[in-house]
Design a protein around this ligand. Structure first.
Ligand code: E4P
Length: 217
């Protein structure tokens, strides 16, 4: 499973990137707002740092507007994936932009039918939002499984980009189902390294080591 980082914070991306944990980046208007940066400026910086796809989201609500914004965002760098929402106009924009050979990430997907339409419209990525479904007492992970089954049934090449990931457990579940990509905030990726028994075991080893009075270097 590829790891995308869901943030527009350069330092956080750099730290994970230096560890080889970043296959791409996703941003959205809320993350750009949080960064306090200019969208084109910060997206360019991210694209210079990361080789993989960097999603930049359109904000128009009509297809023509999304297409114009998508083309403009794509000028930032070759690794831009244009993000459009899963609306009827978003699907039109997806069809047009992917037909031009651009990467398109169709976002705000909350149903398997929406994902099926995005694949038919030529999406490079479909972004089903797990956490926001869980917030509504709907099993977000079931959606990932349904999309995996449908895409595999018909050999769709659209990549499932599990999004709105809130926990390390979401990462594990998405990987078990076979999501192609998971995008998560930096703290969730870091949390994957934590285990209470690791902390406890290390603590015991260090206490015993101190009793030996030895040094390695
Ligand atoms: C995906 O591309 C979105 O930016 C993101 O995963 C949304 O996550 P949230 O529901 O935690 O805001």
């Amino acid at each position: 499973m590829k790891f995308f980082v869901d943030t527009a914070e350069i330092d956080a991306i750099r730290e994970l990137h230096d560890l080889g944990m970043v296959d791409g980046v996703t941003t959205n208007p809320s993350l750009i707002m949080k960064s306090g940066r200019d969208i084109k400026e910060v997206t360019k910086e991210i694209c210079d740092l990361v080789d993989g796809p960097v999603s930049a989201e359109t904000v128009a609500t009509d297809a023509a507007g999304m297409i114009a914004e998508g083309r403009e965002l794509a000028k930032i760098a070759d690794n831009i994936a244009i993000k459009v929402p899963l609306t009827w106009d978003g699907l039109k924009a997806c069809k047009e932009l992917s037909g031009e050979g651009r990467m398109v990430n169709v976002t705000l997907c909350f149903s398997a039918n929406q994902a099926l339409l995005a694949a038919k419209a030529g999406a490079t990525f479909i972004s089903p939002f797990i956490g926001r479904l869980d917030d509504q007492n709907i099993d977000g992970m079931e959606l990932i499984q349904d999309i995996r089954t449908i895409y595999d049934n018909y050999g769709f090449e659209t990549q499932i980009l599990a999004a709105s990931i809130r926990s390390a457990n979401h990462m594990k579940e998405a990987a078990l189902i076979g999501a192609d990509v998971a995008t998560a905030p930096p703290n969730v990726i870091k949390a994957m390294a934590s285990h209470v028994l690791t902390d406890k075991g290390l603590d015991a080893f260090l206490k015993d080591w101190a009793k030996t009075g030895q040094k390695i270097v």
